[in-house]
Every structure is written in C-alpha cells, then in structure tokens.
Design a protein around this ligand. Sequence first.
Ligand code: A2P
Length: 281
Amino acid sequence: MRDVAGKQTGTAGHAGHAVHKKKSGGAFNRETVREVQHYTDRLFRFRTTRDPHFRFVSGQFAMIGLEVEGKPLLRAYSMASANYEDDLEFFSIKVPDGPLTSRLQYLKVGDTVLVGRKPTGTLVQPNLLHGKRLYMFSTGTGVAPFSAILKDPEVYDLYDKLILVHGCREVAELQYGVDTVATARANEFFGDIVTEKLIHYPTVTREAYVHQGRITDLIESGKLFADIGQPPLNPDEDRVMICGSPELLRDLVGMLEARGFREGSGGDPASYVIEKAFAEA
Ligand code: A2P
C-alpha cells in the first residue's frame, strides 16, 4: 500500500513531472495489463501496473491509450483505483467503431497501455467549499472517478454523508459501482466509516429494478431524498460532483444553478464541480 495521497492538491502533475525528468520515455509510462473484466457488451474494466512515481488526487484523470502504428492514441480516463493502490484501474466503454475503445476492449493480461504522467481534473476536494454532504452524481462510466473518491478515507473526514448516485440503462451496467462500494465497505482499515457514511443509490431507466428513473427526475420529484432519508439539495450544506454524459451535465447543472449552487474551481471553491465522462470513442 502507498501513503494516502489525499493531502496533495492540484500540484500532483508537477511533482510527478520533476521526478520523471530523470527517466527517458517522454510523456507516458508504459504499464502492463494485470487484469481485465467485461461487464456487458458496452462496459469493461482493466487494471495495470503503476509507476511508483505516478501520483494523483482522488477524482483526477490522465491520458490513457495504446501505441497504434507507432503513435500514441489516447483518451482521458479517470483513475478508478484508490490513490494508495499498487495498481491502476480504469473503467471503460466499448464503442465498436471508436478509434481507441474498439482496440482497448481486446486488451489481454500482459499487454502494454500508455499512461500519461500528468493527472489533472476538477473533481477534487479543494474545488469545493466545506459542506455536510457530498453528492456524487454519475451515469455510465462516469462512476469511475467516484470509485477512487469513495475508497479514499480522507474524504470521509470532510463530510457527514457521501451519496453515490449512479444511473444506467440496465441493471448489469450498475455492477461496477456495486462491486466498488462492496470493496470499500469491506476495507479492513476504514470499512466501518464507509458503511456508516456512504449511501449508494443505483438507478436504471430501461429495466425493472429497486430504483428506477433518471437522476434528474428523481431529484425533481424528491423521490431520491425520500428514499435516502436526506433533505432536498441545499447549497448551504450540500456539495455536488457530477460526471456523466453531456446531456446529464447540462440538465443537472441547470437544476443546481436554479437552486443556488455555484461551480467551484481551484482558485474559487464553491458548491459543485463537473466533469464529462470521458472516452466516448
Ligand atoms: P435514458 O435511458 O432515459 O436515456 P447512456 O448509456 O445513454 O449514457 O445513459 C446512461 C443513463 O443516463 C441512462 O439511464 C439514461 O437514461 C440517463 N440519461 C441520459 N440523458 C440524461 C439526462 N439528460 N438527464 C439524466 N439522465 C440522463
């Protein structure tokens, strides 16, 4: 296990850069695939080795890809593994004619993946003001950065409750989030605090399931808050991170702004932050 790197701020990339000057090989580390798991015909995850100098803050992303005809072919991917794990994990969509993911879906143990050395991103705690509850709203592979965040024990010190809302079309697409939450709850060091503070709310739109409906509709109707026993969204107490499709981002941001939430950034922390779910091709 590594040190928990939650105390780092957005300078992780710069720190990594200084270290990597000593090495040759340019802007990427060449990592080896250690594990691949397919969930559906649209979703899979893979784990790779991790350069010991590659550090990141929970919620950040890096450029990931393959060398194709001698050139790097890259897309942004959130790190889904916790920042203290020895491996890196990524959760990916498969697009049949997508330049990268049409190839990436055939990854096998032992293959090489390029991992950019400068992690970055907005879904980090310094971009948010202090709050009582952290809502993490995601669709599809947008759950990936939250997988890292909910395995970061330092985030639990900042909030009374963390609420992961994951919306997908089908039940099978929720499995990655279900597995991640189970892993965090079972952690031998901080599993108790996860069990106490983390609320997981998976919902689907195209099948029967315990929770059904789009995230936006569940907020608007108040059903989400009734189901989880929390008050409706309030910018004085709630902090929100969103990662999902452009449509989700657009609609949810509109709803948040109408409720008095304001987008935060590194220099100007506020009540919500957003990131598009990456690698749509
Ligand atoms: P729906 O099935 O009603 O389109 P996708 O796989 O297309 O990225 O969608 C993932 C999930 O996000 C689906 O459950 C989808 O619902 C939902 N979704 C799509 N657009 C929006 C939106 N504008 N607001 C909230 N949820 C959305």
